[in-house]
Design a protein around this ligand. Structure first.
Ligand SMILES: *Cc1c(COP(=O)(O)O)cnc(C)c1O
Length: 380
């Protein structure tokens, strides 16, 4: 099956017993055991639930992995994956990871003596140079949030395999419709399904897909032991969201491209970060490893323009955290998503105060561009 069909019929297609075309919401915590020591495959919903299982099979099919897992948030998913490591282990991380991922590594896992090294993973020599005997994994995002740095997933995975260590990819920005890290050689894929996978800004959720039986058993053990599972209702919501992923991503791609091109030509704009521009340093790798450039754009207002006025003048585009919903969202990374990073470090990596991040929704692109144009005029 091609991915557009797999999105709708992958995993478990409807309910065999009743013929319902949708997987029911099995809102139950426990399951009757008909005989001593006998069950029907389920004992307790932290361990397994049919609605969650349908979603877990679906995401595994979509990422072409071995097994999938659903968690109560992207951070719960990331935490479960990081729980694979033990004290003394070191992880190489990309230099502009999602702020919450950096925070959990730097503030929580560091307390368990799990070390990290920040590396510009777009530079393969840097990656190789930083692997020592304690490094057990490379954790990347591509493109990164908010500066859209692109990392060559196949090449990083190749280096990781050489050293017998894991490649972990946060695939939130791309989704399996545009990019399949496991096919490129990665071992583990993580999603904040809160974003494009759910797609409607109505569920906080996370997903993990692994490429082997061994990793599947380990992650299941962690999921069951630590308990950060996704509820049956939210699992149903994600299955529903996933059905339209292809049409949504096509429109996100299209709208982002039009908006990025519009912004590039405006006098108010200093710089546009968009991996779909030929002059973007990651353009070639992005074109090779993904089927599109995604719905995310970041841009910098020229000095003298007031970013606060820009945000406040928008009428259709919503000023809010998060991304990947059907509605367009803008945020201010320096004070919102990346506020945890000290100002000096933020500015050296490019997260300046005038930087704006836009998640292009699936509205009419003319309406979005008109909204942005008006807000730019107001920001003078
Ligand atoms: C939002 C986000 C996360 C965290 O996911 P939550 O669902 O908010 O816990 C992780 N990675 C990326 C790239 C994100 O955008």
């Amino acid at each position: 099956m091609k991915i557009e069909s797999l999105l709708i019929h992958g995993g478990i297609d409807g309910d065999e017993r009743t013929g319902a075309v949708n997987v029911p919401i099995y809102q139950t915590s426990t399951y009757k055991q008909p005989k001593f020591g006998v069950n029907k495959g389920y004992e307790y919903s932290r361990t397994g639930n049919p609605t969650r299982e349908a979603l877990e099979k679906l995401i595994s099919d979509l990422e072409e992995g071995y097994r999938g897992f659903a968690f109560a948030s992207g951070m719960a998913a990331t935490t479960a994956v990081l729980s694979l490591f033990k004290s003394g282990d070191k992880i190489i991380i990309s230099n502009n990871l999602y702020g919450g991922t950096f925070r959990v590594i730097d503030k929580v896992f560091k307390n368990f003596e799990i070390k990290y090294k920040i590396v510009n993973t777009s530079n393969l020599e840097e990656v190789r140079k930083n692997i020592d005997e304690r490094v057990k994994a490379i954790f990347i995002e591509s493109p990164t949030n908010p500066l859209m740095d692109v990392t060559d997933i196949a090449e990083v995975s190749k280096i990781a395999k050489e050293f017998g260590i894991l490649t972990i990819v946060d695939n939130t920005f791309m989704t399996p419709y545009l990019q399949k890290p496991i096919k490129l050689g990665a071992d583990i894929v993580i999603h904040s399904a809160t974003k494009y996978i759910g797609g409607h800004s109505d569920t906080v959720s996370g997903l993990v897909v692994v490429n082997s039986k061994e990793l599947g058993e380990k992650v299941h053990f962690i999921q069951n032991s630590t308990g950060g599972i996704l509820s049956p209702f939210d699992s149903f919501m994600l299955i529903k969201g996933i059905k339209t992923l292809a049409v949504r991503m096509d429109r996100h791609n299209e709208n982002a491209k039009k908006i990025a091109e519009f912004l590039r030509d405006r006098e108010e704009i200093e710089k546009v970060y968009y991996p779909g521009f030929k002059e973007h340093p990651g353009y070639e790798v992005q074109s090779r490893q993904a089927k599109g450039y995604g719905g995310m754009i970041s841009f910098v207002l020229k000095e003298g323009y007031d970013y606060k006025k820009f945000f406040e003048s928008l009428k259709i585009i919503t000023f809010a955290e998060s991304l990947g919903g059907v509605e367009s969202l803008v945020c201010h990374p320096a004070s919102m998503t990346h506020a945890a990073i000290p100002k000096e470090i933020r500015e050296t990596i490019g997260i300046v105060d005038n930087l704006i991040r836009l998640s292009a929704g699936i509205e009419n692109s003319d309406d979005l561009i008109e909204d942005i144009e008006n807000a730019l005029k107001e920001s003078k």
